[in-house]
Design a protein around this ligand. Sequence first.
Ligand code: DI6
Ligand code: FE
Length: 400
Amino acid sequence: MKTLWKHCHVASMAGGGYSIIEDAAIVTSGELIEWIGPQADAPTEDFAAVVDLDGAWVTPGLIDCHTHTVFGGNRSGEFEQRLKGVSYAQIAAAGGGIASTVRATRAASEDELFASAEQRLKRLLQDGVTTVEIKSGYGLDLENERKILRVIRRLGTLMPATVRSTCLAAHALPPEYKDRSDDYIHHVCSEMLPALAAEGLVDAVDAFCEYLAFSPAQVEQVFICAGQLGLPVKLHAEQLSSLAGSSLAARYQALSADHLEFMTEADAMAMGAAGTVAVLLPGAYYFLRETQLPPMDALRKHGVDIAIATDLNPGTSPALSLRLMLNMACTLFRMTPEEALAGVTINAAKALGLGDTHGSLEVGKFADFVAWKIERPADLAYWLGGDLDKRIVRHGIESV
Ligand code: DI6
Ligand code: FE
């Protein structure tokens, strides 16, 4: 079935910039874009449907390429404690932090995890997201990592979104492996990843490379295991310190390295040469009141594609709006609105290995787009949150 979507302006994001088409039209055939260009040049044929977009600005559907959307409980109580002067260390010593989310996630049923994640995912989708990556990482044993990954697959089946799963078993040390991180990494590589990959639950593998998590040597074991399983890798790197995790990620042709506040120019050079995408997470930077900015000049100098994501998680980035991250990326990291929009479209697609099918409005790609009632594309980064008037189309079908 072919549809003509007319009377609009398009920021196609083809090639990484706005790539604007004024007075445009789009022809979709089934799930894909069949034609896009000036409306005056549009094919004239008997379309099954013609939709007047009333002068809206059309962008690719937004892509949130880094989330931890599936988890039990929440940590607003810790947020309040910290604002009353309780330190992270005191909270962790009392069993708070990631450990408390692990306990809540292990205690929750698959249905309970699905129900809570569904509500969070609905907020992201209402904001214009059509593709989302969701990580495991709060189970930290085979049974509970499997439970989270099964929920992620169910969300992809039941929600109007493309959902990609990332196994982040190497997120934190589970209590049963206290002071035995090498043994846990061995368990992740010898038992957990092979089983979860064999069950078709994993699209990519991630790890947390940090002094309070896992070392580059331990991360490298996870990367080698992922390679043996034919799975691409990503990495939480240089969030709190400089361990050259992002250079390690580049050496393994990682899809992305994420956070990156403490990365060096050498890391940026390695990522640029490897084509590893830099995923910046301004929500975590803001929520933690960090002061070390990612090296934007080095990233630009070495041609590193920059993506932006919510990092939706209960501890450091309880963010339910990808559009708000656009504003934070501009206001805090000094990205331009054009760079920021590329960060949640074509570059986010590349960070998920989906650059050939998603992230820009080009013939042959999926017809995932949002028609926004805005003055210009920069409005998407300008307005702080809020629910902009929009029409969302995913795989050629308008969401109701
Ligand atoms: N970096 C983060 O900021 C989160 N995980 C990670 O690797 C923290 C997750 C949490 O605090 O629950
Ligand atoms: Fe994260």
